[in-house]
Design a protein around this ligand. Structure first.
Ligand SMILES: Nc1nc2c(ncn2[C@@H]2O[C@H](COP(=O)(O)OP(=O)(O)OP(=O)(O)O)[C@@H](O)[C@H]2O)c(=O)[nH]1
Ligand SMILES: [Mg+2]
Ligand SMILES: [Zn+2]
Length: 358
């Protein structure tokens, strides 16, 4: 047997994919992905030199034992348990509210070192997953393509990052499932909520373009489901009012968007923006979208725009096929993430401590 990491006590981990808890294995068998045959191979790393072993472990995976046996085979990064407590961030919002575009813009910018001014760096913890996320979301987004709606029933983590900040380094998993699944009462569809410990609630400022529905609805089924299932009194949340580029002529939204990305965390500024977003939602009659503010222990509100403008049809014969003609101009997409990192202790300090508190 190899020398397991010296003297490490057994660590119980919750899998972000199936939400089961299990003791993280300490054996020397690491699964490596064989790209050519597209399958995992079990490799015994015990006889390797420490340098080689560490290198393989960094690229390797461990199959989740999924004790409940209720989820198709899945793998977690072999180093998943080597860091601080994992953070699982779920995106919640109506179909077509803009979750996938927002998450793509957010992860892309975090990767471009957009959090550096907060002392935070980001790398891929799950290298294969990040490669796929880049290929299917980030690159099309950079080309100005419209990202496809998220398929129903796909409950897989979008990306698993390693986030290093003043408060330590933690794996951060993002979940982005179809709005339709979030509205469903089928427990399988939104099981990822069991592993979620921070939420980005996504509200589209103006929806009629895509949905023919006004955003001032008195109901928000996806928010309701998540509020009902999550222990909000213990979790932080943000409400991101996205597609705010459509609010260009609404003074408070315009003023916030105009500021662009912030370089410093200031609790008073976050509170001022939260107050403006709250007032906007309230005045728009979107009371159901304000529920998380009452139910979650700490909550901030933000105006964001993932694309910076509307997608337009590519050709008249196929009005469903759209793209962003002027490319992509994400605005303030990192602000919701910065608030979550402050409320979960990854960004530290007196300002961070006050974020999301009354
Ligand atoms: N104007 C504008 N439109 C946006 C923005 N983000 C998304 N959209 C539009 O909203 C549509 C839906 O966005 P998605 O990100 O796919 O929405 P979703 O919430 O992931 O939808 P589901 O996966 O079906 O639940 C897109 O096709 C875009 O046309 C934005 O920041 N501004
Ligand atoms: Mg989506
Ligand atoms: Zn699992």
């Amino acid at each position: 047997m190899s020398a397991p990491p010296q003297g490490r006590p057994p660590r119980v981990m919750r899998c972000p994919v199936c939400a089961d808890e299990f003791v993280w294995p300490d054996d020397p068998y690491i699964s490596l992905h064989d790209e050519r045959n597209d399958r995992f191979e079990l490799v015994d790393v015990s006889s390797l030199s420490p340098t080689k072993r560490d290198n393989l472990v960094r690229k390797g995976y461990r199959q989740c034992p999924n004790p409940a046996g209720d989820t198709p085979e899945h793998y977690l990064p072999a180093t998943y348990a080597d860091h601080g407590d994992p953070l699982v961030i779920g995106l919640v919002g109506a179909p077509i509210s803009g979750k996938t575009h927002l998450l793509t813009a957010m992860i892309r910018q975090a990767y471009l070192n957009g959090l550096a001014t907060h002392g935070v760096t980001v790398t891929a913890l799950d290298v294969r997953r990040h490669k796929a996320f880049r290929e299917y979301f980030i690159l099309p987004f950079e080309r100005g393509d419209l990202l496809a709606g998220t398929g129903n029933g796909i409950v897989e983590a979008a990306d698993i990052l390693l986030v290093r900040g003043p408060g330590g380094q933690r794996p951060v998993t993002f979940f982005d499932v179809a709005g339709e699944d979030l509205e469903s009462t089928d427990p399988r569809a939104n099981r990822f909520l069991m592993a979620t410990n921070a939420v980005i609630f996504v509200h589209a400022s103006e929806d009629p373009l895509e949905t023919g529905r006004s955003s001032g609805r008195s109901e928000n089924a996806s928010f309701e489901q998540a509020v009902a299932q999550l222990p909000g009194d213990r979790l932080p949340a943000v409400i991101a009012v996205t597609k705010a580029d459509r609010l260009r002529y609404v003074p408070p939204a315009e003023r916030w968007l105009h500021r662009g990305d912030e370089t410093e965390l200031k609790a008073d500024r976050v509170r001022a923006e939260s107050r403006d977003v709250y007032a906007y939602l309230h005045q728009a009659g979107a009371l159901a979208s304000l529920r998380p503010f009452d139910e979650f222990a700490r909550c901030t509100l933000h105006f964001v725009s993932a694309s910076g403008g509307d997608a337009v049809p590519v050709d008249a014969a196929d009005p469903g096929k759209k793209h962003f003609p002027h490319g992509f101009h994400p605005t303030r997409v990192l602000e919701p993430l910065v608030s979550i990192l402050a409320m979960t202790g990854i960004i530290t300090g007196p300002e961070a401590d006050r974020v999301g508190r009354p």
